[in-house]
Write a protein that binds this ligand. Structure first.
Ligand code: SF4
Length: 223
């Protein structure tokens, strides 16, 4: 026979969401931010974006040492990203937060407010567990269009399970290199870039090419 105390503990356990968030309680954006770290609203993009430390890019940290690679002059390893210690510290808080069991729910609570969302304006997907969590956030936010660039070639093996509202663009390692084997990709070019942002005051304006699965390759001018 179970004691009153054991029954009480069981009841508390039953009332908890498996992610650790209490069942039936809606997560507020304020609570969500404390779990994931803050998201970014840049003047360039039409919605929220999110950054991780570029120092932790798995493939990018190897490419950085290769002359002519897109990572050799990575914008996320200079300028404000290094000038302000708080920016780098916040990126590491976000990276650590991915391990939190409440991360998917907390990201969902924030991302669903945005019609367009950009994953990783700095940094990259870390591993399969991380990718699956990103997919779960996309599935939980059907009203949001997601775009995620990546240099991680292994992601290609998991495109079949990708939610439809997420466009993943593979970014080939070298400047001028094009990849047509992925459904969507991007590339960095010396001239004739298709991204109009530089001629629009550095803003996307009405352009949504990066989020559009019908646009097979987007090219960006070299920084
Ligand atoms: S291609 Fe369009 S959507 Fe993509 S970054 Fe450039 S302006 Fe923005």
């Amino acid at each position: 026979m179970q004691t009153k105390e054991a029954l009480k503990i069981m009841k508390v356990k039953e009332s908890c969401h498996p992610t650790g968030w209490p069942a039936g309680r809606t997560m507020k954006v304020k609570d969500a931010k404390e779990i994931t770290g803050s998201l970014t609203r840049t003047s360039k993009m039409p919605g929220l974006s999110y950054s991780l430390p570029a120092w932790e890019c798995k493939t990018g940290s190897k490419l950085r040492k290769i002359k002519g690679s897109v990572c050799a002059s990575c914008y996320a390893l200079k300028g404000n990203y290094t000038r302000y210690k708080a920016i780098k510290a916040a990126q590491y808080v976000r990276l650590k937060a991915i391990e939190d069991a409440r991360w998917v729910e907390a990201m969902t609570a924030q991302v669903k407010r945005s019609t367009y969302f950009r994953w990783h304006d700095a940094g990259d997907v870390q591993d399969l567990d991380h990718l699956k969590k990103i997919y779960a956030v996309c599935e939980a936010t059907p009203g949001t269009r997601h775009w995620m660039p990546t240099r991680e070639a292994w992601v290609k093996d998991h495109l079949d399970s990708k939610p439809d509202n997420l466009v993943i663009r593979f970014s080939p390692p070298m400047i001028g290199q094009r990849n047509d084997t992925w459904p969507n990709s991007s590339m960095v070019v010396e001239k004739d870039a298709t991204c109009p942002a530089p001629s629009q005051g550095g803003k996307c304006g009405d352009c949504r090419q990066c989020w559009d699965p019908a646009v097979k390759v987007v090219s960006y001018g070299k920084h």
